[in-house]
Every structure is written in structure tokens, then in C-alpha cells.
Design a protein around this ligand. Structure first.
Ligand code: FE
Length: 235
């Protein structure tokens, strides 16, 4: 009688290549220093400033922006925006954009042959409250392939943190835990530090996922300092 065969060990994930599109997304010219005393465009250092009157509650609910219901698994994505000392960043404009449940963006340059959802645009925004908290209601975005490559982006939501002016804006992406595509993602692989990579992955919060309500994911963001959340500036 032969011993039962032990299960084959899992295959190691291949080393993802660097994201080839990255160089095309960076500024091509050197920085231009601004003098706020002599340059009228230096107003961009202090404006525009978004206030409560500019952002409405419905802007943060991506499932209620059209007359009908979008397809997809309902989610709440929430967290705190913090500075390097762990203090809440209040009144911060947080913007998100994402693909629909089929992995298709409502954007004319998206050629992925997955269906558009007439009830989902995939864009939202809110202001952080006094504890630095943001919250969005949305649907789980689908994965999508990178054109011409054997690579799929894992489910992700793009985030922008505006600061107090255009020049301070930070842009990054949030991922979902347990996604098998995380190991193959070129964007995530471009972050060398494992702890920094992990900080881009949200946490499923069972306590906040109420009966009949959306599933809840928590994702805190640190805007600066040694533990800053990695952004698309390639730090
Ligand atoms: Fe994307």
C-alpha cells in the first residue's frame, strides 16, 4: 500500500516586472520654484480651499448617483487621514475613482470589453470630519487587464488627498485583502518595502459590517513622515 500523495506545494509567485507605464506618468521637466511674493500663480500654493458647502453627502455614495441601482457587491470603505504625528487631518478633501463591478471605467479611453453600468460612474468625494475620518459607499470594483500584457490589475480604488492646494495633492491606490492578483500586480510590486506594500491593502472589518448592510473595509492613510502611505510619486 502506498502512502497518500501529499499536496503539491504552492507555486511561488513570479517576480512582477516594474510597471512599464510609470515613466510616462511623471513630469518631464525639472521643478520650477515659485516665489509667492512675485509670482501670481503662487496662489496655487494656498488655493482653492474646499469647504463643507462645496461637497455634499451624496457625493460619498457612489451607489446613489443615478436613478437605478448599480450592479455589484456593496461596500463601505472608511478610515482616518493622519499626519506624521498620528493627529487627524480635518476637513481634507478625499476623492476616489474606480472601475465598476465588471472592471470597466466609465471613461472613453477604457477599451476593456467588459460592460459599462449605466447606474455607476465610479467617482466620489467627501471631506474628513473632526477625527480625520472619511467614508464612502460603493461597489467592489472588478479586476481588469492591462492592454497588451499578460497582467491584470487587482481590484483597487484610486484615492486623492487634496491638502490645502493643488501643489499638495497626493494620489495613491487602495487594494483589497486576499486578492490573488496582489502577488502579480506591477504597481504594488513597484513599492519595495513589504510594510509599505501592506499599508496599501485595506482591512476587512467584520464588526462594522452590519446585517443587511454593506461589507466594511478600513483603510487609514498617513500623509507624511517615515510611515507615510506610499503615493504614486514613487517614494
Ligand atoms: Fe485603476
Amino acid at each position: 500500500m502506498t502512502a497518500p500523495a501529499s499536496p503539491a506545494p504552492p507555486l511561488p509567485a513570479p517576480e512582477p516586472a516594474p510597471y512599464r507605464g510609470a515613466p510616462a506618468r511623471h513630469p518631464r521637466r525639472p521643478r520650477h520654484p515659485l516665489d509667492i511674493r512675485t509670482d501670481p500663480e503662487a496662489v496655487e500654493l494656498t488655493a482653492p480651499v474646499f469647504g463643507p458647502a462645496d461637497v455634499h453627502d451624496l457625493d460619498a455614495d457612489l451607489t446613489r448617483q443615478h436613478p437605478g441601482e448599480p450592479l455589484g457587491e456593496r461596500l463601505t470603505v472608511t478610515g482616518r487621514v493622519l499626519d506624521r504625528a498620528g493627529r487627524p487631518v480635518r476637513g481634507q478633501l478625499v476623492e476616489i475613482w474606480q472601475a465598476n463591478a465588471s472592471g470597466r471605467y466609465a471613461h472613453r479611453q477604457d477599451r476593456h470589453p467588459a460592460p459599462l453600468d449605466p447606474h455607476f460612474t465610479g467617482v466620489g468625494r467627501c471631506l474628513t470630519d473632526d477625527r480625520g475620518r472619511y467614508a464612502f459607499t460603493t461597489v467592489r470594483p472588478g479586476a481588469y487587464p492591462l492592454p497588451g500584457e499578460r497582467a491584470w490589475r487587482p481590484a483597487h480604488i484610486h484615492f486623492s488627498f487634496f491638502g490645502t492646494a493643488f501643489t499638495q495633492r497626493l494620489v495613491t491606490q487602495m487594494y483589497f485583502p486576499g486578492d490573488p492578483l496582489l502577488a502579480y500586480d506591477q504597481m504594488l510590486a513597484s513599492v519595495a518595502d513589504p510594510a509599505a506594500r501592506q499599508s496599501l491593502i485595506a482591512v476587512y472589518d467584520h464588526e462594522l459590517s452590519l446585517p443587511d448592510g454593506p461589507l466594511c473595509y478600513r483603510w487609514d492613510v498617513v500623509l507624511d513622515g517615515p510611515s507615510a502611505t506610499r503615493t504614486e510619486e514613487g517614494r
